[in-house]
Design a protein around this ligand. Structure first.
Ligand SMILES: Nc1nc2c(c(=O)[nH]1)N[C@H]1C(S)=C(S)[C@@H](COP(=O)(O)OP(=O)(O)OC[C@H]3O[C@@H](n4cnc5c(=O)[nH]c(N)nc54)[C@H](O)[C@@H]3O)O[C@H]1N2
Ligand SMILES: Nc1nc2c(c(=O)[nH]1)N[C@H]1C(S)=C(S)[C@@H](COP(=O)(O)OP(=O)(O)OC[C@H]3O[C@@H](n4cnc5c(=O)[nH]c(N)nc54)[C@H](O)[C@@H]3O)O[C@H]1N2
Ligand SMILES: [Mo]
Length: 765
């Protein structure tokens, strides 16, 4: 927990207004300009903003939403602008900063304060027992990492974490380093994010990625947006939804919160939008209870099956016959529960009336082409994998996979999280990938599965990890069960963070710690006098180049590829990998082309304007590389979270002014919250029942079977129109409440969207 510290405004008392009804428009444009001006200044800010998502520019370090083919000069959004401003800041962190501020003091600061101090500019070392980081040369820093890795008695005592901003080139080199060392311990932010989507889609469709492109969204008749808040987290998606709407699409929104972004959108790229006239996006809003989506989608599917039994032509029989497996068993199971039990159960789980669910089913039947989009609202529950499989069942019933205007659309988070996985950042790599990697470099990669994020924390807690290496991210703040995770991190021998900005993971460390400052997406990456560029893959499997444009703030920063090369050379010399040649990223891309399917002729194809699209068998030809060789219907059970008497189910989510653990500001404009983050949104009727009122401060106390007291103190209660029984508060302040052992079945993703809590009158801190 962060305590009150002088000059650290994160704890200020928030102001509360009614939630907004519309999103973007002029206030958002003004806010972008202000953020860029304040952080990056005109000299760095303007060139940076003109290069975002342009063909010779860099990929926005915000979200993974794809760029449209025809681009505006300003192809970015308010929150992309904040992400760019954050990294393009003109402030560099000098060594004096660390002489002035001991780590013990920095550990009392909020993440907001830490992030505002500027860009990390030179390598830093925290020696055993020391309380201050001190500058260290790159040579010594890399020697230290290599020495520590070489000294391990087992390669599995090293853990290599990745956050999803890492380029394809860096990710490929990084996983190669880990596997040459002999471990598959490659946890990543995906483990906390879309792992449930990957697991469900691989099992049912054979490919763990989305099957639609932007043009499919434009052609769809029906778009269901479930468990996602694009107005804040994928603002450019709103333009795509607006365009779909103009072409006649209906939009069904499934969410416990009435998110402003999905109600009315004022497009800042059009005069109409700037003048304050918007497009109503949502046609049908299902205000679902947290974790109710499995019940909802199974109810919609049951209505379709019942209509089919009555002889109505609602199923795509030809598709089911030719391309799927398991239909009969699925239909039999779903229809087996008597209606008198089925419907009351669904109504309890969803909080929705049957009539509304019937309208959603009707929309599905009336639609020739349906796309379902989702994000963390579906992936971070105990039963996320069955829930997403049930979404797939709906599309399979209608033949809505592998044809234009239809398909699955898991909307990814970090701008290259999908690419990192494609490059082999995965603790459970396929045998085919390892075979190809081993053949390309002439070594035998380790075959045993490695540790994911949650299992890494367990291993650290048990003292089984000596070196923790992070390629970006903020592991201790992003992970669940903050106290447990921080204690675990302190048991590691050496922690190494390749980072751009200071964060909590730099001040909660192992016995010794290194910070290695990396060039960011917007920075020019010079090698001699040659400018290098990298590639990324967006949420729709499109691969393209990203050229940094800004002069780096300091010569002390290195590219992620060069940092990995430095460790690799020291550990293994030039064989079997010629690390020195990989300074030329074309050579890295040649290796990728040889190892990763879909990257043939990578260097040539990625140089074409707009790059290229990776193959996707279900999308491209209705081929399903699953265990059965067909798309699989799955039987998904009846689980829904129970909310015990006098308790609430809490979701931990993002405000409008943050990027994951990076807090840009203290406002959540669309939800009416200003100047503070320690708020808990509660339905007014739940407030009345629980005997609390808006404006009162409470402690949030997590309840979990292990009986540990998990407490997040001092939260302002805000009466808010969320679904009954379901509260919301911001991440990462509430991560302390998410039990490490509370994870999704199959994917092992922490259940950040369903934590049972009680509200207690504040105990005082
Ligand atoms: N500006 C900005 N952009 C970002 C990020 C950021 O922090 N800031 N983060 C990036 C990352 S890594 C990711 S993964 C994405 C995250 O993008 P989102 O998934 O949109 O992020 P969250 O804020 O977690 O919002 C979850 C949404 O799901 C809803 N929800 C929660 N539980 C349920 C449920 O049980 N059922 C349904 N139907 N809905 C539910 C919530 O009310 C909320 O609207 O955004 C990416 N883009
Ligand atoms: N309770 C709760 N917990 C959650 C979630 C939730 O919804 N609720 N969401 C989960 C999700 S979806 C995700 S993806 C994870 C996110 O987990 P992470 O990806 O680990 O966290 P971030 O906050 O995105 O990491 C920010 C840090 O990355 C570094 N960084 C930024 N850009 C670069 C770069 O270009 N290179 C390098 N080397 N470093 C860079 C900066 O130092 C910055 O401080 O959190 C998860 N945790
Ligand atoms: Mo994410």
């Amino acid at each position: 927990m962060t305590r009150r510290v002088e000059n650290d405004p994160a704890q200020d008392a928030p102001r509360v207004d009614p939630p907004g009804r519309s999103s973007v428009g002029l206030p958002s444009v003004l806010n972008s300009l202000r953020q860029v001006g304040e952080n990056a200044g005109v000299r760095r800010g303007v060139p940076a903003m003109l290069a975002v998502n342009q063909k010779r520019g860099f990929d926005c370090p915000g979200c993974a939403w794809p760029e449209p083919g025809r681009r505006h000069t300003a192809e970015f959004c308010e929150n992309g602008a904040k992400a760019v401003a954050e990294e393009a800041t003109g402030r560099a962190l000098a060594a004096e900063f660390f002489a002035e501020h001991p780590v013990s003091e920095l550990a009392e600061r909020s993440g907001y304060w830490l992030g505002r101090q500027g860009r990390l500019a030179e390598p830093l070392y925290l020696a055993e027992g020391a309380d201050h980081y001190e500058p260290i040369t790159w040579e010594s820093a890399l020697d230290l990492v290599a020495g520590e890795l070489r000294a391990l008695d087992s390669p599995d005592k090293a853990v290599f974490y990745t956050s999803g901003r890492t380029s394809n080139e860096a990710a490929f080199c990084y996983q190669l380093l880990a596997r040459l060392l002999g471990t598959n311990n490659l946890p990543d932010c995906s483990n906390m994010c879309h792992e449930s989507s990957g697991a469900a889609l691989t099992e049912t469709l054979g490919v763990g990625k989305g099957s639609v492109s932007l043009s499919d969204l434009y052609k769809a008749d029906l778009i269901i947006v479930a468990g996602q808040n694009p107005g804040t987290n994928h603002p450019r998606m709103l333009s795509a939804l607006e365009r779909a709407k103009r072409s006649g699409a209906r939009i069904v929104t499934v969410n416990p919160l009435p998110e402003a972004g999905l109600r009315e959108f004022r497009n800042p790229q059009t005069a109409r939008g700037l003048a304050g006239r918007g497009t109503e996006l949502t046609d049908l809003f299902a205000q679902i209870r947290l974790g109710g989506d499995l019940a909802l989608f199974s109810a919609v599917n049951r209505l379709l099956l019942e209509a089919d039994r009555r002889g109505e032509p609602v199923l795509d029989r030809a598709f089911i016959e030719e391309h799927t497996h398991g239909f009969d068993a699925y239909a039999e199971d779903l229809l087996s529960e008597p209606g008198a039990e089925f419907w009351p159960r669904v109504e309890r789980a969803t909080g929705l009336e049957r009539e509304l669910i019937e309208r959603i089913a009707r929309s599905a039947v009336d639609s020739e082409r349906t796309v379902v989009c989702w994000a963390m609202g579906l992936t971070q529950h105990k039963h996320s994998v069955p829930t997403i499989r049930e979404v797939v069942n709906l599309l399979l019933l209608r033949g809505d996979v592998g044809r234009p205007g239809a398909g699955v659309c898991p909307v990814r988070g970090h701008s290259n999280v999908q690419g990192d996985r494609t490059m082999g950042i995965f603790e459970r790599p396929s045998a085919a990938f390892l075979d190809a990697l081993g053949a390309e470099f002439g070594f035998e990669p380790p075959r045993a599965h490695g540790l994911d994020t949650v299992d890494s924390i367990r291993a650290m807690a048990e003292g089984r990890v000596r070196v923790f290496f992070a390629m970006g991210g903020n592991f201790v703040a992003a992970s669940p069960d903050t106290n447990t995770t921080e204690e675990a991190m302190r048991r590691v021998g050496l922690t190494v963070h390749v980072s751009t900005k200071l964060n909590r993971s730099h001040v909660v460390t192992g016995t010794r710690a290194l910070i290695l400052p990396a060039l960011a997406r917007s920075d020019r990456d010079l090698h001699g006098d040659r400018s290098r560029w990298v590639t990324v893959e967006d949420s729709m499997g499109e691969v393209h180049a990203s050229h940094g444009v800004l002069p780096p703030l300091s010569e002390g920063m290195r590219s992620e590829v060069d940092i990995v090369r430095g460790v690799g050379e020291r550990l293994f010399g030039e064989s079997p990998v010629a690390w020195s040649r990989l300074a030329d990223y074309d050579r890295v891309r040649d290796h990728v082309a040889a190892v990763v399917p879909g990257f043939e002729d990578f260097n040539a194809r990625v140089r074409r304007p707009g790059g290229f699209t990776l193959p996707h068998a279900p999308r491209d030809g209705r081929r399903f590389p699953t265990a059965t060789g067909r798309a699989n219907f799955t039987v998904n059970g009846r689980y829904a979270p129970e909310i015990p008497e006098g308790r609430l189910l809490l979701q931990t989510l993002r405000s409008h002014d943050q990027y994951n653990t990076t807090v840009y500001g203290l406002d959540d404009r669309y939800r009416g919250i200003t100047d503070g983050r320690r708020v808990v949104l509660v339905n007014p009727r739940d407030c009345a029942e629980l005997g609390v009122r808006g404006g009162q401060y409470v402690d949030l106390v997590g309840e979990w079977s292990d009986g540990v007291d998990r407490r997040a103190p001092h939260f302002l209660v805000v009466e808010y129109p969320t679904a009954r029984g379901c509260a919301a508060a911001y991440y990462p302040e509430t991560n302390v409440l998410v039990p490490l052992d509370s994870t999704a079945d199959v994917s092992n993703t922490p259940t950040s969207k369903s934590v049972v809590v009680r509200l207690e009158p504040e105990t005082g801190t």
